[in-house]
Design a binder for this molecule. Structure first.
Ligand code: SF4
Length: 230
């Protein structure tokens, strides 16, 4: 790579990655990311319906691809069971990324920080561990879909992630929720059973209630995101 190309890659102007990306299918976006970045590429899984699809597609392209999850320590038992079911289905190990222990957090910031300061809690349990694990790679793949919330409406299929200084792909950006479920059922993929119990979006136990969209996350507050994608 020439110095100019390297500079453009750092600046998020690498046209070999972004050119025509919007016309690519989810599989083609994944192929492009794998071709360019594997093994310095990670797929982020929160064990929601989108990740069932993405893990399936990614492993078809590269069976040794790396998948990780942010284990906050307060995920639903159903989510931990889905984690295990996915590892068994695909014969992989999903890497956990964690912050300080819940005990350390309580000692340092007091009990139930999620009730008093959810932004700080997300920062400790999600944002910081994410930063740490992404520091070791050049690209990551996420399950964002544009119709999930107004904050995601303009997510590019492949773009430069300024926050983490690496490339980021959202192969399902233009998929609808129906598309996701069609793929899951057609391929009989494991998925989080909470979706069948009214949870469209699933996070930590303390901050998620059943809802038809992301309004079930931090319900009753104006918080929309964990701070992972902004
Ligand atoms: S979603 Fe809630 S419990 Fe989970 S890290 Fe954020 S504030 Fe803490």
């Amino acid at each position: 790579m020439s110095t100019v190309d390297a500079q453009h890659e750092q600046d998020g102007r690498d046209e070999t990655l972004t050119a025509d990306a919007e016309s690519l299918s989810a599989e083609q976006v994944i192929e492009r990311m794998v071709e360019r970045f594997h093994p310095r590429l990670l797929l982020a899984s929160s064990f929601q319906q989108e990740e069932s699809v993405l893990i399936d597609l990614l492993l078809k392209v590269e069976p040794r691809a790396r998948v990780f999850t942010l284990d906050t320590g307060v995920l639903f038992p159903e989510t931990y069971a889905t984690w295990k079911a996915m590892e068994e289905r695909w014969g992989i190990e999903i890497e956990p990324a964690s912050g300080i222990s819940l005990e350390q957090q309580a000692a340092q910031y007091g009990e139930a920080l999620w009730e008093r300061d959810p932004n700080r809690c997300c920062d400790i349990r999600k944002v910081t561990p994410l930063k740490e694990i992404l520091a070791g790679v050049d690209g990551w793949i996420v399950g964002i879909r544009r119709d999930q919330s107004p904050t995601r409406a303009n997510a590019p299929k492949i773009g430069w992630d300024d926050k983490h200084g690496i490339w980021k792909a959202a192969p399902l950006a233009d998929w609808s929720e129906k598309d996701v479920w069609r793929h899951i059922h057609a391929h009989e993929l494991p998925y989080n059973p909470l979706h069948d119990r009214g949870y469209a979006s699933i996070g930590c136990t303390h901050c998620t209630v059943p809802a038809a969209d992301r309004s079930g996350r931090w319900a009753g507050s104006d918080k929309l995101e964990c701070g992972l994608h902004g």
